[in-house]
Structure formats: C-alpha cells, structure tokens
Design a binder for this molecule. Structure first.
Ligand code: SF4
Length: 663
C-alpha cells in the first residue's frame, strides 16, 4: 500500500479538481492510501507530525486521552510555547519528562525543518489550473518536492502543466504530465492491476472534498463530461491543445449511478463539455441526461446525508476514506444543531459534548457511531426536506454556430439553466441572435454568456455585443446575464499574469471596463437602465466613460453629485486638437505619476488632477455604489449558477473554471 498525497494549490476556485477526484478513485482501486489537501501546506506538515506524536504519546502514557488535546499539541508543535503545555495537564503524569521530550522533539522537527529529511509520501500529485496562478503553483510544486520520498514520484498535471510545461521545468526541474489520462496504464505501467485502468473514465471520488476546509460553490451536483475536446481551433482557447481529439460521446450513465449509490442523489448536473453541440450524437446525449432523471420540471429532495455518510464510515474496507466520512458526519451534525432551537438544540449539544464531538480534533469514529444512534431520529426529523428544482448546466458554454431548431427543441427537454451561449466575437452576431431567438421559442428563459474581450476585438465590439443582449432581453422578455472575460495569452511570460493588453486595447480602457465590472463582480445584468448607466446610452458616451477617471467610474453617483465628473468632462471636451494629441496617450497609459514633470500647462494639470483622485479619498461615500454592490452580492449569494459563472478578473485571487479565454 502506497501513501498518495493529492494537492490542489491554495487558490480559490469554483470547481472541484475533477482530475484528482479520478486519481483518488484509481489509487483506492489499487489499494493505496489516499489523502487530498488544499490549504496552507505547513499545516499539513503539522498535522502529519501531530499524528506521529500522538502515537508516541499514547505509548508513553495511555491513561491520558491525548486526542482531546489535539489543538494544544498542534499549537505546541508549531510554536514550542511553554504556556501551551499548561493546557495539556501533563504534570499529573509520572512520565512527565518523557512526554516533554516527545513534544519538544516534534516541535524541533517542525521548527528546524527536520521533517524535510524524512518525507512520508510515496507519490505526490499537484494539479494545476490557470496559468496566471503561476506564482502560487510554483510555490506549491517546490513545497511538494519536500514531501515526496522520490522526486520522480512528484507528478504535476492539469491545464497550466500542459501549457507552460517548459517554463515549469525551467523553474522547478519537474517534467510535467501533459494532456489527459485517457489511456490504460499511464501512471503505473508495471503494475498489472493498473494496466487496464483508464483513469479518465473512472467515477469521481467525492469523498476527498470532505477532507479539506475549502468549500467549492458547486454544492450538490454531478460533474461529468459527455464529450471531450472540440471540433474548432479558436486561437484564444486552450481546448485544442489540451484535448486535441474530439470524442462525440462518452457513456456517463454507469459512472453517474455509481456516484448516486455511494454518495447519494445529487441535485444538479454540471457538464464540463467544451463543445457538446458539435457532437453528431447530441440527441442521444440529451436522451441519456433524461434517463438520469433530468427532465424539464424535475425536482429533488435531498436524501438523508447523515445515513449515507454513516453507511460509508461503517464499510469495512482498508482504504476507505474514514477521515473524510468522519468530517462529513461532524459537519452534518453541527449544521443541523445550528438550525435547532431551545431544548432540542441543548439536548443535541449535550449528546455531542458527551461524545467529544464539539471540536473535530477530538472526534473519533467510535464516538461518532455512538452519537449517531442517539441523534439519528432528531436528524431525520429536522433535516431539510424541501423540494428543489433540478438543473442541468453546460458550464463551459455552448456554441451558437451549431444551434438549429432541432437542437434547441431537444435541449428544452432537459431543465437547462442557464443556457450559456458563447459570444466570443462580433462576427458570430447573426448566429448568436438566432440561437437566443430559438431559446425563446422553446421557452428557455435564463441565458448567460461569456463575452471575450482584449483579444482581436475592439472596445466598441464589446459594447455592441453587450448592447445586443440588452435589446434581446427587452424584445423577448428573457434574462441574459453577460460575463465579459478578458483574454490572457496561452503561452509565454504574458500567460503567467493578468497584465496582457490586446492590440486594440490599452491599459486605461481595460481598467475602465474592470472598474465598471468591479462594482458588479463581473456581471452585466439584464436591464437597460443598469447597462446604460454603467456603459453609456450610446457608443459616444461609452467612449467617454473609457477615458473617464477610474475613481469617477466606480463611484459614479458620488462624483456626479458633487460636480467633479462634470468638471472633468468639460476639461476633457475642451481640449484643443494639439492638446488631445498630447493628452490621450498619457490617459491611455493609465500612468499619471509624471504629469507634473511633462507639462506646465495649468489647463492640462487641472484635467490630470481628476485622474489622481484615489479610491481611498472617497472611501464608500457613494450610497448608490454601496447599494448596487450589495444588490449584486446578494444576487451572487442566492444564485449558485451566477456564482459559478463569475469571471476571474473581478475578484482578486478568485479564478473560475473557464477554459475559453483563460487557458
Ligand atoms: S472556444 Fe469553444 S469553440 Fe473555440 S476551440 Fe475552444 S471550446 Fe472550441
């Protein structure tokens, strides 16, 4: 049995690491011990040392229930602070000295980095995502090197590993795994058991998601692909590189039923297909989705998750993920307790307390099973059983160019929400509008789209595409949420960050769009009034907004009310042709730090003063801004699908799984 560690770097992302979930299934099939980690890697080391220390402490003095002091022991390992020892009450033990030595030894191992000399893991996998997570990904790989016994057993795969493999090798010395795990025996060619396994075809191990504190916003959902790759080769998209062969249909029902069996029925179906409409088997795909229970109007009542987790925990299987099931049970019990009231709550708490289930560190499998027997009826009585709508989401978007009447009609047989249509460039305008009209014809009412910008498009193209949506919403009475998404190159230095500027764009225009979208977290909501206020009534106003000082764009109402916006507009519009020629490149560079040095013109300096007003100078004095912000915050909180669609550019350090422009 090998010890396998799966790591996702500690960035915030929307979708769980599907690849690692399959790899977890694979290693369990081979009888290995698997752990998933996403978080501060130093804490993983502390946990590891704690587990070893605990075993030794039990050997030294088994009369003490050491696991009840988990938090204190971990803190001591981390800090070696003497005052922490008081909480441990070791002075009563006749083996006080041995205990002290043991604790001190483990703290030294941590603080003096002695653990690095004694790595524990037989194989470590690091998954990678967007290229602009370069820094944190490289740091993770470097740390992972210290965790693995043999450097050859550090396997780095995923999107960034497939695109920037040369750069990763240069930076870390690690040769990455590129592309898919879609052939048998790829990772362990010498292992006869592994020889026939195609990892990419395996069902996902959902249990690993319970091992970490991080919560993906996808909630109760099946994640799957029913096709692979794409038939097109858009220059801005990584799919043709990552998945070069188009597979028109992947059988899904079996995997789906095995997940249902093990982890219970899930509410929604999230399909990660890159271009499902290109499939000649699309009608069959929809039929299979319907067979899985996703027909228009389908509803869902959450099964008793506690019973499912307990059943999994009771399973006598050497490489069962007990740790994950214990964490799940613990969370379920606490979530329920938080919703209970008065005596029921108190009694529930008392039972948890009796079995040391108040803090996870003191939880044991045995105690969980005891507590379950006492709490299962209360749990069943009070757990949420409301009926919810089920939805299907092709979350990577669908290709409007393939939409026909027949396809849209078929799609309307499943509860699709939202229908995501790509509107990557203005050239597909007619096809896009046709697809939206067909959606309306077949009563698909919620649409959303990714609007790529900063590639070959111009700023006007962005406005025009957004405007088309506003007009369609008004004409057809649909809801279309648009998500502008900034292009980032796929390769090279520019792929490592988010600073790339397209040929027809400049720094100021990009910042202007980001400033508009920052207020709404990247969403362009349906509705003319919001759109026109944010982007202008027409293209002339829009261009004016692009040149407007950034702070004035964000705190639109505040600066309009106090008259500064009007003053800056007047100053800008009264520029002579010569002044414009001088001023525009400075504004477009979005760098106003040197203006005092390059001009002494009072008129120009007065204009530039507007550009130097900082956000901090106004804080949040604009009430409309605050209102709008909280409105969108609420919208995102209440709508999982909007949350999942947010484009990475408007939430610092919050990427999402959008393959299209990002990688
Ligand atoms: S953007 Fe869409 S259509 Fe173009 S290659 Fe990527 S997946 Fe295919």
């Amino acid at each position: 049995m090998r010890n396998i560690l799966l790591i996702e770097p500690n960035y915030k992302n929307k979708y769980p690491p599907i690849g690692l979930m399959k790899i977890a299934t694979y290693h369990r099939m081979l009888g290995d011990n698997v752990k998933f980690y996403k978080g501060e890697l130093r804490d993983l080391v502390v946990d590891q040392l704690y587990q070893e220390c605990l075993k030794k402490l039990v050997k030294i003095d088994s009369s003490i229930a050491w696991y009840l002091f988990a938090t204190g022991i971990k803190q001591f390992i981390k800090t070696k602070r003497i005052d922490i020892l008081e909480q441990l009450r070791i002075e009563k033990s006749p083996y006080q000295l041995l205990i002290l030595n043991c604790l001190s030894d483990y703290s030294d191992q941590y603080k003096k980095k002695l653990w690095e000399k004694n790595p524990k893991w037989d194989r470590v996998y690091v998954t990678t995502l967007f290229t602009f997570y370069w820094k944190i990904t490289i740091q993770t790989i470097e740390f992972a090197k210290k965790l693995v016994k043999d450097p050859d057993q550090l396997l780095v795969g995923g999107i960034m590993a497939s695109l920037l493999y040369k750069e990763i090798e240069e930076a870390t010395g690690i040769i990455t795994y590129q592309g898919l795990l879609d052939k048998p025996g790829l990772l362990d060619p010498k292992n006869p058991k592994a020889k026939k396994i195609v990892i990419d075809d395996l069902p996902l191990d959902y249990s690993i998601l319970d091992e970490i504190d991080y919560e993906y916003p996808t909630k109760s959902a099946y994640f799957t692909f029913m096709t692979k790759g794409c038939t097109r080769k858009c220059a801005f998209c990584s799919v043709p590189i990552l998945e070069p062969t188009y597979k028109p249909k992947i059988d899904t029902a079996d995997k789906f039923f095995s997940i249902k069996e093990k982890f219970g029925e899930q509410q929604n179906l999230l399909l990660m297909d890159n271009n499902v409409l290109a499939s000649p088997k699309f009608l069959e795909i929809i039929d299979e989705i319907k067979e899985m229970g996703f027909v228009t109007g389908a509803t869902f009542i959450e099964p008793n998750q506690l019973n499912i987790a307990i059943k999994n925990l009771r399973e006598e299987n050497e490489n069962n993920n007990d740790y994950a099931f214990m964490r799940r049970i613990y969370r379920l019990l606490h979530d329920l307790m938080n919703r209970l009231k008065t005596t029921t709550k108190q009694n529930f708490y008392n039972t948890l307390d009796k079995y040391h289930l108040i803090k996870f560190e003191t939880v044991t499998k045995e105690n969980l099973l005891f507590a379950y027997e006492e709490l299962k009826e209360v749990y069943e009585k009070y757990r949420l059983k409301s009926r919810k709508q089920r939805f299907v989401d092709f979350n990577q978007g669908t290709d409007a160019r393939y939409v026909t009447d027949e396809i849209m009609k078929k799609m309307s047989e499943i509860p699709i929400r939202p229908l995501r249509l790509a509107f990557d460039y203005i050239g597909i305008k007619e096809k896009y509008i046709n697809a939206v009209r067909l959606a309306h014809k077949y009563k698909i009412k919620e649409l959303s789209n990714y609007i790529l910008y900063n590639f070959h498009d111009s700023p006007d193209d962005l406005y025009n595409r957004l405007r088309i949506n506003v007009d369609l919403v008004e004409e057809l009475g649909l809801a279309i949420y648009s998500f502008p998404m900034k292009y980032i190159p796929l390769f090279g230095e520019e792929a490592k960050g988010r600073t790339f500027i397209g040929k027809k764009w400049n720094k100021k225009f990009i910042r202007a769009i980001q400033s508009i979208l920052n207020v709404t977290k990247g969403i362009v909501a349906p509705g003319r009034s919001f759109f026109e206020k944010a982007f202008g009534n027409d293209i002339t106003q829009y261009r004016e907004i692009l040149y407007m000082p950034e702070t004035y764009i964000v705190y639109r109402y505040f600066f309009e009310d106090i008259g500064l916006t009007g003053m800056s507009r007047k100053a800008f519009n009264s520029l002579t042709p010569d002044e414009r020629e001088f001023v525009l490149p400075i504004i477009e560079s979005n760098d106003f730090s040197q203006v005092q040095k390059i001009t002494s013109s009072k008129r120009l300096l007065q204009l530039f003063r507007h550009y130097n007003i900082k956000k901090e100078d106004v804080s949040e004095k604009d009430n409309d801004y605050k209102q709008l912000k909280s409105q969108f915050k609420k919208l995102i909180k209440n709508d999982q699908f909007i949350d999942l669609t947010l484009t990475y550019d408007f939430e610092d350090e919050k990427p999402r799984k959008l393959h299209r422009a990002i990688n």
